[in-house]
Design a protein around this ligand. Structure first.
Ligand code: SF4
Length: 503
């Protein structure tokens, strides 16, 4: 369906085309090149292997305790699908309720608009420093860099985000951004970067946490402005919610005078009853906890209690374009638990930096291309073995493998259109499609393929094929075709080609 300007209109939402500046959604190099580089870091692989194995085991244990886990997952999926179908109504309700409670709502089409909005809001307060709650949305738009350009310093207050910031590094995991660093590395980093730190600091986790605590306490007590994301926005009461494990987020959400929250538009849920489902799914899937340690909720402004100036920035940045994709849109159901990262055999070996985008792992491999347009993140849908482990653990049942295949097809179509001259791969696929579309042709093709047995030699494996098949055998052997096909076996055994057994 199109509106008068020819823009696609879906479910009441005008579609904003993929933004040209999309913050940190796009990597500088294709996934295979970045993965090759990351795989050459043995310490990183050890850290990742140990950390993901621990989180996987914790998750499996606490999920196993819930008898109706599958019903909960289905409820989560259904709520998200129903919410997306009327996203415009829920967002307008959220805006009305926030405004009625003394907050101000802003709408940002893309990263550039959101960054400009937030920068102006901070400037208006006259402050040059802000404290930040861990937030994927603000990482996505590159807010810290935008603030820095405006002369405003943003202090990350989540312990792992602080580690990443002090190291001038990039996060490598949605939930555990410093998962690629071990305790010894963090101790060295703290000694090098935190002023007046105790030189006898060891790599004992408690000592490291206390050192960070002392450093952050000063920031909490002096900051007048805080910036957060939101895990959920409850439309019926205009309530935003942040779930976290350290309590640092709550310091930011309650102590400063001004609070600015940047929330992706897909984070809205209609009611508190809906929120209840996600508050059960999220902690078990993410940190392997039965209940989230710190769940903060706030509705607009409460006189004399907490920030007295509250701004909610509702961010599109490619989300309505993703919503217009009938197969890909369920990627917007993601509640950022990171369970799919922890079970992914590709992520476990390459780590998050290989994905380039701020969203790594299986969800990043679909969400980033959907937000930017597939051609701007074309290598990511291929960063998967399609084993399906991500789908099995996803608390809102996002069928990541199907979306990966859908995005690969989109990329292939785009390439064909762009190059006009078909690639070797596409010629091969066309030939396969033609052979498979008629039984007699398929039988002849199988008979011809049996000649390939000659190439296998004694080992029964083909190690080298001419172009265009040379790409396949460059990194793997091909088993020789079997002596007999299933079809001829069936004919021999059952005497019929149509599935009916011989009487
Ligand atoms: S796709 Fe599913 S499993 Fe992965 S982060 Fe999102 S909600 Fe969690």
């Amino acid at each position: 369906m199109s509106d008068a300007r020819g823009e696609h209109v879906l479910l009441g939402m005008p579609t904003i085309p993929h933004a040209s500046t999309v913050g940190h959604l796009r990597g500088d190099e294709p996934f295979p090149d970045a993965a090759r580089r990351e795989l050459g870091k043995p310490q990183l692989r050890r850290n990742l292997g140990a950390a993901t194995a621990t989180i996987r085991a914790k998750r499996a244990q606490v999920v196993g305790e819930v008898d109706d886990w599958e019903h909960l997952r289905e409820a989560g999926r259904a709520i998200k699908a129903a919410t997306m179908a009327r996203l415009d109504e829920h967002l307008e309700r959220l805006e009305r309720e926030v405004t009625a409670r003394g907050g101000t709502v802003h709408w940002a089409r893309d990263a550039a608009e959101a960054n400009a909005l937030v920068t102006d809001l901070v400037r208006h307060t006259g402050e040059r420093e802000v404290v930040k709650v861990k937030s994927m949305a603000t990482q996505e738009i590159g807010l810290n860099e935008a603030l820095e350009q405006a002369g405003i310093t943003a202090h990350e207050t989540d312990l792992a985000e602080l580690i990443v910031q002090l190291a001038e590094d990039k996060p490598s995991h949605i939930l555990v951004p410093a998962i690629h660093r071990n305790r010894a590395e963090i101790r060295e980093l703290f000694l090098r970067t935190i002023p007046d730190i105790d030189a006898t600091l060891t790599d004992d986790p408690r000592q490291l946490a206390m050192a960070a605590r002392r450093y952050l306490r000063e920031r909490f007590l002096t900051a007048r402005v805080a910036i957060s994301g939101a895990n959920f926005g409850v439309a019926e009461t205009g309530t935003c919610s942040v779930v976290e494990s350290e309590g640092n987020g709550r310091m930011c959400l309650t102590l400063p005078d001004t609070l600015i929250t940047v929330m992706g538009i897909e984070k809205v849920v209609p009611t508190w009853a809906d929120l209840e489902v996600f508050l059960q799914l999220l902690p078990r899937s993410s940190t392997g906890e039965r209940m989230n340690p710190y769940t903060s909720t706030w509705s607009g402004v409460t006189p004399g209690d907490g920030p007295q100036d509250f701004h909610l920035v509702l961010l599109d940045n490619g989300r309505t374009a993703a919503l217009a994709d009938e197969i890909g849109r369920s990627a917007l159901h993601c509640i950022r638990c990171s369970a799919c990262l922890n079970v992914c055999p590709v992520y476990e070996r390459t780590g998050g930096h290989a994905y380039g985008s701020v969203y790594p792992g299986p969800i990043g491999a679909i969400l980033s291309p959907l937000l930017t347009g597939v051609e701007d993140n074309a290598s990511l849908p291929y960063a998967s073995s399609l084993c399906g482990a991500c789908y099995d653990v996803c608390p809102v049942k996002i069928d990541i493998p199907s979306i990966l295949v859908h995005l690969r097809a989109e990329h292939v179509d785009a390439q064909e259109q762009a190059h006009r001259v078909p690639t070797g791969e596409s010629l091969l696929m066309r030939a396969a499609a033609r052979a498979m579309s008629a039984a007699p042709r398929w039988v002849r093709a199988q008979a011809a393929a049996r000649a390939g047995r000659l190439l296998g030699g004694r080992r029964g494996r083909i190690s080298s094929l001419p172009f265009p098949l040379s790409g396949w055998t460059a990194s793997r052997d091909l088993p020789v075709p079997p002596r007999e096909t299933f079809r001829s076996w069936w004919l021999r055994e059952r005497g019929s080609d149509d599935g009916r057994e011989r009487s």
